[in-house]
Design a protein around this ligand. Structure first.
Ligand SMILES: *Cc1c(COP(=O)(O)O)cnc(C)c1O
Length: 413
């Protein structure tokens, strides 16, 4: 029950018209709780109006986080919202076991898997890293280190390193190759390495890192040196994609050195075959459409997390940052960023394809992109106003594509 101190006349005002009530007309304190209570309908209106000004999540193509679920899922979530999730005695669940089997954990018929539900992959990564650090594997705990790839998801790995005093050894990227090179990762392993972390679904390009090769190289190194360095797979975005689309891909507990995996339910956690297949088709359609525009180079691959990462072929006059800004006018939230070292000269736009990104939204995005490119091409170059270095790099692309990659890139100083 809401106890209201409003006078009768004001209460009537708010019953008849929320917007005309004094609560909605005069602003409430911004950073403090109001002295007096207000009617619940006025509070609801004020808060929902403020939320309305947030970006539209459906048009926010920056995020991997699920923005639409079937109404049955919404209902189940609402039915569980009042449960104290950590109270496993009262609210046991079987999800950890289901996921362990999905990831081919060597769990016998009458055994249960070891795992834990967390708030998200960030927390899972902290727990897994800490378990590796405490396992007594390293000779000197203070010198503990972890070898991983340098991608955007690094934020949570960086947090782990800082909170738990572990040195991160990062494998640098290079132009044309945006995942961890397993050879370099294994070279970095020493007697104090607590684990090597691979990412299934790079946040940059959606590409899966080659966990199988990493496993084989690391197994050889372990044999040679007597270490027993394990692998952790950060499958936050790809863990619910690979088991449905790429059944033959060995990335999980089938590989002997993979000792732990994290996965985010809120990213493709509804990853059944048809849903993911549909996302992949929409990603391919968007990717083809952007490629046909002629000005973009597609960096994402056909295999991986359904996303489209693309760069301007020529960024001497305009940049992806201008494109991102202009698309915002149509409501689209599409991030633009420069790649991490040593590929900083490449700047990309990234569109994450989720279940609710329908074919018609993809068509709309393409036509809005065409409008934006036409507009931008007519504008005077913004880049020329600044000091720029235009570098031309020629790079052999690794991984069997055999292509020679020419890129003109712009570095602002
Ligand atoms: C999203 C993401 C994370 C962080 O996951 P949360 O569930 O948001 O905490 C970690 N690693 C990768 C590869 C990710 O994509």
């Amino acid at each position: 029950m809401v106890i209201s101190t409003t006078t009768i006349s004001h209460a009537e005002e708010s019953v008849n018209s929320t917007f005309a009530s004094r609560y909605v007309r005069t602003s409430l304190p911004k950073f403090k709780m109001a002295e007096k209570s207000i009617p619940k309908d006025a509070a609801y209106q004020i808060i929902s109006d403020e939320l309305m000004l947030d970006g539209n999540p459906r048009l926010n193509l920056a995020s991997f986080v699920t923005t639409w679920m079937e109404p049955e899922c919404d209902k189940l979530m609402m039915a569980s919202v009042n449960k104290n999730y950590v109270d496993m005695d009262e609210y046991p669940n079987r999800c950890v076991n289901m996921i362990a089997h999905l990831f081919n954990a060597p769990v016998g018929e009458d055994e249960t898997a070891v795992g834990v539900g967390t708030v998200g992959s960030s927390e899972a990564i902290m727990l897994a890293g800490l378990a590796f650090k405490r396992s007594g594997r390293t000779k000197e705990r203070l010198k503990a280190n972890l070898s991983t790839s340098l991608t955007l998801s690094l934020v949570c790995w960086e947090k782990f390193a800082r909170y738990f005093e572990v040195q991160l050894k990062e494998v640098k990227l290079r132009v044309g190759y945006y995942v961890m090179d397993p050879v370099k990762a294994v070279e970095m392993v020493d007697e104090n390495t607590i684990c090597v972390a691979a990412i299934l679904g790079s946040t940059l390009t959606g590409e899966f890192e080659d966990v199988k090769t990493l496993n084989d190289l690391l197994a050889a190194k372990n044999k040679e040196t007597g270490y027993d360095t394990p692998i952790h797979v950060d499958a936050a975005s790809g863990g619910f994609i690979a088991p449905f689309l790429y059944l033959e891909l060995e990335w999980d507990f089938r590989l002997p050195l993979v000792k732990s995996i994290n996965v985010s339910g809120h990213k493709y956690g509804l990853g059944y075959k048809n849903i993911i297949g549909n996302c992949m088709e929409n990603a391919q359609m968007l990717s083809k459409g952007l490629e046909n525009m002629g000005c973009f180079e597609i960096l994402s691959k056909d295999v991986g997390v359904p996303l489209v990462a693309f760069a301007l072929k020529d960024s001497t006059k305009h940049t992806v940052f201008e494109i991102s800004e202009s698309l915002r006018r149509f409501g689209w939230i599409i991030p633009a960023y420069t790649m991490p070292p040593d590929a900083q000269e490449v700047a990309v736009l990234r569109v994450v394809i989720r279940e609710d990104f329908s074919r018609s939204l993809a068509e709309r995005l393409l036509s809005d992109s065409e409008k934006v490119m036409k507009e931008i091409e007519e504008l005077p170059s913004r880049v020329s106003n600044k000091v720029v270095h235009v570098t031309s790099t020629v790079d052999e692309v690794k991984g069997g594509q055999g292509a020679v990659h020419k890129k003109k890139s712009v570095k602002e100083t």
